[in-house]
Ligand binder design. Sequence first.
Ligand code: CU
Length: 504
Amino acid sequence: MAKFTRKNAWDQNGTFDNPDLLWYAKAVGVMQSRALNDENSWWFFAAMHGEQMGGSEFPNWNVLPGLPNVPTTPLPDTATINKYWNQCQHQSWYFAPWHRGYLIALEEQIREAVISLGGPADWALPYWNYLGPDDQYKIPPAFTEKNLPDGTLNPLYVTARYGPKNNGNIYIEIPPISEACQGNTIYTGSNSSTSLPGYGGPETKFSHDGRVSGNLESNPHNLVHVQVGGQDGLMSDPDSAGLDPIFYLHHCNIDRMWASWNVKNHNPINPMWLGGPALYGEREFIMPLPNNKAWVYTPGEMTSLARLDYTYDDLAPTTAPLLEKTLSQRLTKLGAKSVVTETLQEQNMNLGSNSELVGANAGQVQIDGSGIKTTVKLESSSWKNVPNSLMKASASSLPDQVYLQLENVKGTKDANILKVSVNHQLAGHVSLFGLRNASHNDGHNAGNGLTFILNITEIIDNLYINNKLDIDSLDVTILPDNAIAADEKITVGRVSIYREEQKL
Ligand SMILES: [Cu+2]
């Protein structure tokens, strides 16, 4: 039996009647009362996720609005900063395991504070399951109360948290937010149930700001961040997100989804994933523990909840569609006589190794508030493989998958969501969480921006069924969810289309 069980924050209606939330609030207050240079402080923990809001001086939080009152002094020494701060892993296959270790370290700090206040010794971090039934899509009410039941200020209350409509009403929208990624069967790579780059993300080195998010990271993770934070909210940027106490309940749910996915599916066995970025000669994952010891961990040590001595009250796999069923449905729709009865083999491919560019637009476009439309020219010699594969589709000759890419998207703010359509059919929503960092010239990613991959296979199938695939171009529209400020510029380097062969 695991020592600690993480439970649903919406128990007791998500109010302070839920003891997990009341003790969390009080303990967050304890951590917030410590100085920035104290490794056990709330501020130090947020800075470990990230703190580079602009400029080059540590930490760059002086631009942040409202509660909590975030200190920017006194600083730890430079060696401590370089060892601990700006560690979070994004757009990477390390996303899930790095955040698991981060949550464990924060949970130990909070539990220590809970115990010091006379609370339960088995306190565990609650999760916010925004995809659960009834009112759970709303932020638990304990986070929006200005005061605790005893009348003191509520440390869970944050002013810079604006919600999807920027009016302070905090909830997430379903759709576009979904648990569809839970139907994936491959951590890195693709198959008929897993879109590129895979459930857990692409193979990377240490990736504090990267290029392509994995499917769990894209949706729900990135979308939830931006919808909770809204324009300029703490949650909308990785370099301020760790300051908002709801952050850890969001990540606890992402961690729970990963654990639930592992009931049926396995993590990478690649030694470079298991060993982590230290194997590339880069920074190791390291967290301060309450006993003033430093804890170094690897992704390989994060794969078993039992070994980490915690569990969740609910790890039931989701109802996301099974691979064989979806592929059979697709073949039937395309008119194939036979359906798939065997289980597909896993193709553990790296991004793009089995795909071919079939078209691109003229080049860089700038997104404005009313959205843009761009035409993707299709290269007839390579494009014709797509209708051919759909025509021949059968259980022994699988039809192609087709992807749309928004390449090298750059900008100065993370708080937006782009709605992408192809020939007037919705291709998907992408969250710009991480955009600012990925666009910095001094970032790890050399300022190349973010790249988004959208699976548009169903749109192409529908065009084929309606005899509309004999075409030389596709129209792509990109529409922002929120207004774009006059001083803000969002550009897309190129819009491209790829086909990917499927193998049995
Ligand atoms: Cu996050």
